[in-house]
Design a protein around this ligand. Structure first.
Ligand SMILES: [Zn+2]
Length: 62
C-alpha cells in the first residue's frame, strides 16, 4: 500500500510530498529534502494492530 504523504522539512520548514510504502511495516529511512537537500529521517509508525498510524520527519544530524 503506497500512499502520498505531505511532510514538513525539519530544517527549512517547507512542505513536500513523499511516497511511503506501508506494506513494509514500521520503518525508518533517510530522504533528502527536495528544497534544501538536507537529510530527513522519515519514520513510519504502525498501530498495535498493524494499521498505518502516522509518518514523522526528523533531523538526521543530531
Ligand atoms: Zn528542507
Amino acid at each position: 500500500m503506497i500512499e502520498e504523504e505531505i511532510l514538513e522539512c525539519p530544517y527549512c520548514g517547507e512542505a513536500f510530498t513523499t511516497l511511503v510504502d506501508w506494506s513494509a511495516g514500521a520503518q525508518r529511512y533517510v530522504e533528502d529534502c527536495p528544497v534544501c537537500c538536507r537529510p530527513i529521517e522519515i519514520a513510519l509508525h504502525i498501530t498495535a494492530d498493524g494499521n498505518p498510524e502516522r509518518v514523522s520527519a526528523a533531523r538526521d544530524d543530531d
